[in-house]
Design a binder for this molecule. Structure first.
Ligand code: RUB
Length: 321
């Protein structure tokens, strides 16, 4: 078998930016990956449809192998590549098909976030305090819509160690004029009595309604349950993981240990193990509602939407090379 074609440098650069978290968050990762496939298609010099497909599959594989947990990434690749089936025409036709699908995917992403934001906003009333974890564009969209329709909200924002994505959330909420209290992660339970909602995003949602999101979400949900605080997950439908329909488990990313502790400090402490799982799994019984662009669902019924959108087939065209 011949070597797979070398992806376009823009694809390599996008893959690097995703792997190193310059681009992060499930939706942004999907958007960047789709855009990179668009560049690969636009600038391809492939002489045959077969060569064009091979290039696109190789590019998709490079992007796919960057971060394992956010299902929005394979879902984006699947969506764009589904225009490349055998017998779909010459190189120019395939190029136009891919470009059209990339543009459509990216526009749908924005539209879905907007629609979801409008739906999620309906959960908030004047004077509510919302606790957030990590940074989720889908979650922020819910707050943004509420604020724009005149609802006064306040936020308790968890900083979210080890990467402090809470700072991004805090900045965006301040830009919306929302009063923000930034807290360390360990203070979350202490503040749970003072908040009316826990609002988080998702990297993947499994067929049984389990929510895979930034590490800490699962414990936070237990704390919220204990205090009777409703737990809302804002997640557009590209976060639904169709592979879990057949019982496959979601892979939890383990990141660089130096995100937790630098080598020097670690050495000073002595012989220790360090672990850095980036995500955890919140069981459906600890989630009140999953807010998508198609409406709100109790977690147990999200499987119906999943089957409607994906059927049972889950192609992985990047495996073809
Ligand atoms: C980000 C994270 C976010 C989801 C949803 O983790 O857990 O809650 O990705 O984000 P990381 P969005 O920073 O490791 O990528 O709603 O923007 O898709």
């Amino acid at each position: 078998m011949s070597n797979p074609p070398e992806p376009h440098r823009e694809v390599r650069e996008t893959a690097r930016r995703i792997a190193e978290m310059d681009v992060r968050g499930a939706a942004a990762i999907a958007d960047a990956a789709a855009a990179a496939l668009g560049v690969q298609a636009a600038e391809s010099g492939a002489a045959s449809p077969q060569a064009f497909r091979a290039e696109l599959y190789a590019a998709a594989r490079e992007l796919h192998d960057t971060r394992p947990t956010a299902v929005s990434l394979p879902n984006a690749l699947r969506y764009v590549l589904s225009g490349l089936n055998d017998g779909d025409g010459d190189v120019e036709t395939l190029r136009r098909t891919v470009e059209r699908r990339v543009a459509r995917f990216r526009a749908d992403l924005d539209a879905a976030r907007d629609r979801l934001g409008g739906i999620g906003a309906g959960r908030f009333t004047d004077g509510d305090v919302v606790m957030t974890h990590c940074h989720s564009t889908d979650a922020v969209a819910c707050i943004e819509h509420a604020v724009e329709s005149g609802v006064d909200l306040e936020a308790v924002v968890k900083e979210t160690r080890p990467r402090n994505q809470g700072h991004v959330t805090a900045r965006q909420l301040r830009e919306l004029g929302v009063p923000v209290t930034l807290i360390v992660d360990n203070a979350a339970h202490r503040f749970m009595n003072d908040v009316d909602h826990l609002l988080v995003g998702a990297d993947s949602i499994a067929a049984d309604g389990s929510v895979i999101n930034k590490i800490g979400t699962a414990g936070l949900a237990v704390s919220a349950r204990d205090r009777g605080t409703p737990i809302i997950v804002a997640a557009q439908s590209i976060k639904l993981d169709p592979q879990t329909l057949t019982g496959e488990a979601v892979t939890i990313e383990e990141r660089d240990l130096e995100e937790v502790i630098d080598a020097e400090t670690r050495g000073e402490i002595g012989e220790i193990e360090v672990a850095n799982p980036a995500f955890d799994v919140t069981p459906p019984r600890h989630v009140d509602a999953i807010v998508t662009e198609h409406g709100q669902f109790p977690p147990e019924s999200v499987v119906v939407l999943m089957r409607e959108l994906f059927g049972n087939g889950v192609p992985e065209p990047w495996e073809k090379i």
